[in-house]
Design a protein around this ligand. Structure first.
Ligand code: DHB
Ligand code: MG
Length: 225
């Protein structure tokens, strides 16, 4: 796994913001704990980023959310908390163990009726969602294997409605976007997706750099034209 390098003062500031502003609920803390107990990597989004996802879902009035990369369901629960009563969320996960842990967390968070976890390679699931007529989605969050980022972004444009929101995690990757030798495995996929974000005729986008418990990274935010 690529080494992220948070500075202690970034972590302290994030903890302050989490406590004073973000107020994660117990189901979210349980999602973190269960992931650790299951030996899963602590690579979920930070609490302040999770809450940003929830607020973006609410601010955009999204009713149909697609997530690529479930992990233990932390971001899933955050986005689920932003859904209206008739809202739904489909989340794609490759590993059965992760999906199992995530399902327990999502159900315990009271989101079992709204959320569907689709197990398997996301590229296959995305094609199936199109075939099944599950599109269009209002909001797409991409946070899975970085090598496929450009393919996921292509699918997001294909499955999102005009005006839909696309959010992509890990858009700076400790600065490896300008020094790909830092991570030859993941950097090319991250850079390729950023280039696609910037030139895709149906996307309008920006990237915000972040620091905190997850090191130096970034959130890409796009709108499908
Ligand atoms: C990793 C993946 C992520 O999505 C993330 O936010 C941080 C780290 C990883 O694979 O190392
Ligand atoms: Mg991520």
């Amino acid at each position: 796994m690529f080494e992220h390098q948070p500075r202690p003062e970034w972590i302290a500031a994030e903890e302050f913001l989490s406590r004073v502003v973000v107020h994660p609920d117990p189901a979210l803390q349980q999602a973190i704990n269960s992931a650790a107990e299951a030996g899963m990597p602590a690579i979920e989004v930070a609490p302040n980023a999770g809450k940003l996802l929830k607020l973006l879902v609410q601010l955009t009035g999204a009713r149909r959310v697609l997530e690529i990369g479930t992990l233990a369901g932390f971001s899933t629960i955050w986005m689920g908390r932003g859904l209206p009563p008739d809202g739904t969320l489909v989340t794609c996960e490759f590993l059965p163990k992760h999906a199992e842990v995530a399902w327990a967390n999502i159900d315990a968070a009271g989101l079992g009726e709204k959320v569907e976890i689709r197990l398997g390679p996301a590229l296959e699931t995305l094609a199936a969602l199109e075939e099944e007529g599950r599109a269009p989605f209002d909001f797409i969050f991409i946070d899975a294997d970085k090598e496929n980022n450009s393919r996921y972004l292509d699918w997001a444009v294909r499955l999102g409605r005009p005006g839909a929101t696309v959010v992509l995690d890990n858009a700076v990757w400790e600065g490896a976007i300008v020094d790909p030798a830092m991570d030859p495995v993941n950097a090319p996929g991250i850079i390729g997706a950023l280039e696609l974000l910037g030139k895709h005729p149906r996307l309008d986008a920006t990237v915000i750099q972040t620091v905190g418990s997850k090191g130096w990274d970034g959130f890409a935010l796009g709108r499908i034209r």
